[in-house]
Design a protein around this ligand. Structure first.
Ligand SMILES: [Zn+2]
Length: 239
């Protein structure tokens, strides 16, 4: 076993940690939850505009209902005069009858309009009911997704904790400066978390570049636990 093998063991644990963190961040339920939340927002907006439309029809319906009762009252007045016995002249009676027909016909028109508006209100009520059901469905899905995310996070956090605990062992057999250099290299974005690699046949296993012969012979002359870095990618090399 090479002296620096614990460094590779540590690197392996840390790469597993990186993968788990990415998995935690990228739980597929997170995207689904975002879509669900957007659906709820759109649904709320649609419900508001539908309710506004429905309220508009309701106002119109009250207006037309007022017209209906107004016209019905005048029809009743005309009718009362017609059958009161007070009007006897044929011409006047005829004109009252004509007025009554006209008023009744006006009333019918208003009543028809009122019915049409009531149908519109009913249609909007139906749409509101449909939207409310979709809303409730999305809420339920959102709850399920949140629960799935929590479960996924707990599962991954337990695995992360286990990995973190396992780091103590390789670290205990490595020099402090070596671990510090390793940690600093792990922070470099272009190394993608891979700070320690093995050196095989003069080839850095991190960047796959063959080290210049001069560098290589200098490195191989160093003690086995010496801190050497790839002259190309700066990764720590384990011989
Ligand atoms: Zn390299």
């Amino acid at each position: 076993m090479a002296l620096l093998d614990p460094l590779l063991a540590l690197q392996d644990l840390d790469l597993q940690t990186d993968r788990l963190r990415a998995q935690r961040e990228g739980l597929p339920e997170r995207e689904a939850l975002k879509a669900c939340a957007a659906e709820i927002v759109a649904n709320d907006r649609l419900q508001a505009s539908t309710r506004e439309k429905r309220d508009g029809f309701a106002r119109k319906e009250r207006e037309v209902a007022g017209e209906v009762s107004g016209v019905a009252a005048s029809a009743q007045d005309v009718e009362a005069r017609l059958y009161s016995g007070e009007v006897t002249a044929a011409k006047e009676l005829e004109s009252l009858q004509m007025e009554l027909r006209l008023t009744r016909s006006k009333q019918e028109n208003f009543e028809e309009r009122e019915l049409e508006i009531m149908e519109e209100i009913e249609a909007q009520d139906g749409e509101l009911e449909r939207l409310a059901a979709l809303h409730a469905g999305a809420e339920k899905r959102g709850e399920d997704l949140r629960a799935a995310i929590r479960a996924g996070e707990q599962r991954i956090d337990a695995a992360l904790k286990a990995l973190s605990d396992q780091r103590a062992e390789p670290i205990s057999s490595l020099a402090e400066t070596l671990v510090e250099t390793y940690e600093a290299l792990r922070e470099k974005p272009k190394l993608a978390g891979k700070a320690a690699v093995s050196l095989r046949d003069g080839l850095c296993q991190g960047c796959r570049v063959s080290l210049p012969r001069v560098d290589l012979s200098r490195m191989l002359a160093e003690p086995e636990n010496a801190l050497i870095q790839c002259s190309h990618c700066t990764r720590l090399l384990v011989r």
